[in-house]
Design a binder for this molecule. Structure first.
Ligand code: COA
Length: 290
């Protein structure tokens, strides 16, 4: 067994928040309308076990029922996530019946994919370190991803003899270029945060000591924006790549009407009035005031 001289176990998340519940593998708090969801198995580099996957489904419900307006997903210690748990999710699943295996897989694919992609709040992945294999799925499912320049990313499945599974292929080709997706999947070569930003796998990469500050800055901006419009905007954009122009026009028109219908702030009327009548804002440069 390799030894780590100084194992970091804390996360960058603020420690002042209200706990949303008690889980074995996740810590979830809300602090000033920001939910901090921390994958909390630092000794296992936050790899995703069946327990963690089941618990994440509960955590996402707890966050959506809370007062949070933004959710940040991060990891405790040195990793964001070392991917799926090779012992508990793969090796131990070999002994399960096909039906049991399917149930185990379902919770993983569900939270990492559709539940996170379609989450009611805007989501930020704060990628604090290692991100491997299956970790690319929650990473891509978050709306925004900010990492540290010295984080390490890798599509390492090739290194232990499987193809990227669990919808990782879809996640990477929707986020990275096809060229980069193939190159990194068949070589297993790692890359750092700076490179991840260059490849557009993440939104931005910053020096490690600025990671939390940058994430907080973005979260504060998101808190000032109309939650209903954020939700419908992200839902709409996520469908664009798989639609032709005609279907997209039709879908966007329907989502446009839905957004006005569900917007409790009546942002459109406020924005138009404050710009056209009151002349108190210029929407090109700032948002309307509630
Ligand atoms: N599945 C299961 N266990 C994992 C794991 C994973 N994906 N990643 C790390 N661990 C466990 C190790 O087995 C070890 O457990 P132990 O202390 O009981 O022996 C512990 O976490 C620490 O890992 P270690 O390799 O000693 O840490 P490190 O800091 O030297 O290296 C990594 C970190 C992430 C580079 C290395 O753990 C690794 O390569 N993990 C696998 C990553 C991977 O290929 N994931 C793809 C899954 S699809």
């Amino acid at each position: 067994m390799m030894t780590t001289p100084e194992l970091q176990t804390a996360s960058l998340a603020p420690t002042t928040g209200r706990e949303l519940g008690t889980w074995k593998t996740i810590k979830a708090t809300v602090d000033d309308e920001i939910a901090w969801v921390v994958l909390n198995r630092p000794e296992k580099r936050n790899c995703m076990s069946p327990t963690l996957n089941d618990e994440m489904l509960q955590v996402l419900d707890a966050v959506s029922l809370s007062e949070a307006r933004v959710m940040v997903l991060t990891g405790a210690g040195e990793a964001f996530s070392a991917g799926m748990d090779l012992k508990e999710f793969f090796r131990e699943a070999d002994a399960l019946s096909p039906a049991q295996r399917e149930i185990t897989q379902r919770s993983a694919f569900e939270w990492q994919g559709p539940r996170l992609r379609n989450f009611s709040l805007p989501t930020i992945a704060m990628v604090n370190g290692y991100c491997f294999g299956g970790g690319f799925l929650p990473l891509s499912s978050c709306d925004i991803a900010i990492t540290a320049d010295d984080s390490t990313f890798g599509l390492s499945e090739i290194n232990w003899g499987i193809i990227p599974g669990g919808n990782v292929p879809t996640a990477i080709v929707h986020t990275m270029s096809l060229r980069d997706s193939i190159y990194y999947s068949i070589t297993g070569e790692t890359f750092n945060g700076t490179k991840a930003a260059e490849m557009k796998l993440v939104t931005e990469s910053v020096p490690r000591d600025q990671l939390l500050t940058r994430v907080l800055e973005i979260a504060e901006v998101l808190k000032t924006k109309n939650p209903a419009i954020i939700r419908v905007t992200k839902e709409t954009l996520r469908h664009m790549r798989s639609m032709g122009w005609s279907e997209a026009e039709n879908y966007i028109n329907a989502k446009f009407a839905e957004a006005q219908y569900i917007d409790r702030e009546d942002g459109r009327a406020k924005g138009l009035k404050q710009f056209l009548d009151d002349k108190t804002i210029r929407p090109g440069l700032e948002g309307y005031k509630n």
